[in-house]
Design a protein around this ligand. Structure first.
Ligand SMILES: Cc1ncc(COP(=O)(O)O)c(C=O)c1O
Length: 366
């Protein structure tokens, strides 16, 4: 079997090797500061006793699981600490497929490309449901796609790449559909702290044996390299997921878990609000400049991404490389996110140079 490797690293490498200054808007690596307590926690860790450098409990440090459980209103037994949201999604999708209720995974189009990649890797098949132009998902379309074959419905809100935030009614309906078809709703909420609309709704608000919620500190604490995330399972599904996590990873980073726990305890809500404000400003700056460039674009209600479309310049990998070489701006090709956005490019607002990037784009497409 051949796995499809997501294109991100390929594009980043190409941009790195370019023979000119390139503004990197490829991946979702925040350029802002992690919480101070996260840095302090890591520093402190270096001086702990040797036993703190040994295996942590496989399912995660108990204190961290308890802290998460208290914040999310679940039992600590339901929480597995993972190697980021990436592993959390993998465990959730694997667990849904293991139930032998079917091998289909319902995904949206556009889609975060790791979901179809993981589906293939796990031996499942993808079934795509189209989101509308603004990235909104109509639960009626999901219901129509659902069947006896549906193992899971995997959604992401706030959404990468569209910036859509699903309202409460959508999430409620998705949980209901998962229940009707005895499937699992996997709700990836890794951008929950970057809801710019105030409309975000977590699947945890709807108690059900048919939903798994995944999340991480990668984005909320600007630490994609630290690798701490979690999945919250219904009690009867958690044991197998813990075993899989143990067999694949043994455990995830102990210093990372320690520092995240410190940061959860010590970080003021202002930290998150300031980052949202920064992002709001960048969205405004970038989209104003795209207006000036005569481009079509999406204004994100959440997450870090703006999708833009330039006349006569489809979102192919080849065009992304041309844009790197000729305009000095690196984005992601829309074709990486499914069939519906092949005309589009995705730009991540994780650089202070968003205005300059938009000016370069305007000049290039003039
Ligand atoms: C929708 C979505 N889920 C999961 C991830 C991966 O998160 P992590 O770095 O915590 O594994 C990303 C990263 O960009 C993402 O956009």
């Amino acid at each position: 079997m051949e796995y499809e490797t997501p294109l991100f690293f390929h594009v980043m490498q190409y941009a790195d090797r370019a023979d000119r200054d390139v503004i990197d808007m490829v991946s979702g690596n925040p350029d802002w500061e992690p919480p101070q307590a996260l840095r302090d926690g890591l520093r402190e860790y270096a001086d702990l006793e040797p036993d703190q450098f040994q295996y942590p409990p496989s399912e995660g440090l108990l204190e961290l699981r308890e802290e998460i459980a208290a914040r999310r209103g679940v039992d600590a037994e339901q929480v597995v600490i993972t190697n980021g949201a990436g592993e959390a999604n993998y465990l959730a999708m694997a667990r849904a497929l293991e139930r032998d209720r079917g091998d289909e995974i319902i995904l949206t189009d556009p889609v975060y490309p790791y979901y179809p990649g993981k589906t293939t890797m796990l031996g499942g098949t993808q079934r795509f449901v189209a989101a509308d132009d603004e990235g909104r998902l109509d639960p009626a379309d999901v219901r129509e796609a659902a069947s006896e074959e549906t193992a899971a419905i995997v959604v992401n809100s706030p959404n990468n790449p569209t910036g859509a935030v699903y309202p409460e009614e959508t999430i409620r309906e998705l949980v209901a559909i998962a229940e009707e078809y005895d499937a699992i709703l996997v709700s990836d909420e890794v951008y929950d702290h970057f809801d710019l609309s105030g409309e975000f709704s977590s699947a945890l608000e709807f108690d059900s044996d048919h939903r798994i919620v995944t999340n991480a500190y990668s984005k909320s604490m600007a630490i994609t390299g630290v690798r701490v995330g979690y999945a919250i399972f219904p009690p009867h599904l958690v044991e197998n997921a813990k075993s899989r996590h143990m067999l694949v990873n043994v455990a995830t980073t102990r210093p990372g878990q320690y520092a995240v726990l410190e940061a959860l305890r010590e970080t003021d809500p202002d930290y998150y609000e300031e980052n949202r404000d920064l992002l709001r400003k960048r969205v405004a700056t970038f989209t104003d400049a795209l207006d000036a460039a005569g481009a079509e674009y999406t204004t994100p209600k959440g997450s870090f991404y703006v999708m833009a479309r330039f006349d006569g310049y489809p979102g192919t990998l080849e065009n992304v490389k041309r844009l790197i070489d000729e305009a000095g701006v690196a984005g992601m090709p829309g074709e990486a996110f499914g069939d519906s956005r092949t005309e589009w490019l995705r730009f991540a607002l994780v650089t202070p140079r968003v205005e300059e990037a938009a000016e370069r784009l305007a000049a290039y497409f003039d």
